[in-house]
Design a protein around this ligand. Structure first.
Ligand code: URA
Length: 210
């Protein structure tokens, strides 16, 4: 993956995403679908993890077999909706290190305000995948990635479920070195920063709040 934006057009992802968009979908089903999609997206976003080989013995013969190299990758969840992507990814990559960035969106300025920050050490030696389901204005994502870079990260990717063109443009301007992986690129933002057609408030839909 070298381009800035990758839309993963896999039939399973697209079908599950349609179910998630429907407003009649229950909290439990929404959460389960997000878990499933996050594992499919995790497969795509980790395509360039560094590899090495290890000498092993099969029942028949020795071989140099491929294994992941270097430090464990770091998954960074932008609270709170990022946790919905995190859970599924951790099932696939159980040894990943995990960090959290708490940012809330000031509803007037739409700008991110930080309230929590805890990330793994040695970020400079890890692939760092920042996760947040909705890339809307891009302000939170760009701010979270600023914080990752300040903490030393150099190999960063951003994983989301839905992206708006405005958010992609903002990220490209702020962090052209950070590839984005998403399940869909939607039309635009509405006047309060929600993605259209979107799926509503991802945090509310996965946690059953209003
Ligand atoms: N955050 C959400 O949860 N939904 C949007 O549409 C935009 C930001």
């Amino acid at each position: 993956m070298t381009q800035h934006l990758t839309v993963v057009n896999h039939p399973l992802i697209q079908h599950k995403l349609t179910l998630m968009r429907e407003q009649s979908t229950s909290t439990a089903v929404f959460r389960q679908l997000l878990r499933e999609i996050s594992q499919l997206l995790a497969y795509e976003v980790t395509d360039k993890l560094p590899m090495t080989t290890r000498r092993i013995e099969t029942p028949l013969k020795e071989m140099d077999a491929p294994v992941l190299a270097g430090r464990k990758l770091a998954l960074i969840s932008i609270l709170r909706a990022g946790n919905g992507l995190l859970d599924g990814m951790l099932e696939l990559i159980p040894s990943a290190r995990v960090g959290f960035v708490g940012l809330y969106r000031d509803e007037e300025t739409l700008k991110p305000v930080q309230y929590y920050f805890k990330v793994p050490d040695h970020l400079e030696e890890r692939m760092v995948i920042v996760v947040d389901p909705m890339l809307a204005t891009g302000n939170s994502s760009a701010a979270a990635i600023d914080l990752m870079k300040q903490a030393g990260a150099r190999n960063i990717r951003f994983l989301c479920l839905l992206a708006a063109p405005e958010g992609v443009a903002r990220m490209k301007e702020a962090h052209p070195d950070v590839p984005i992986v998403t399940a869909a690129l939607d039309e635009k933002l509405n006047d309060v920063g929600y993605i259209l057609p979107g799926l509503g408030d991802a945090g509310d839909r996965m946690f059953g709040t209003k």
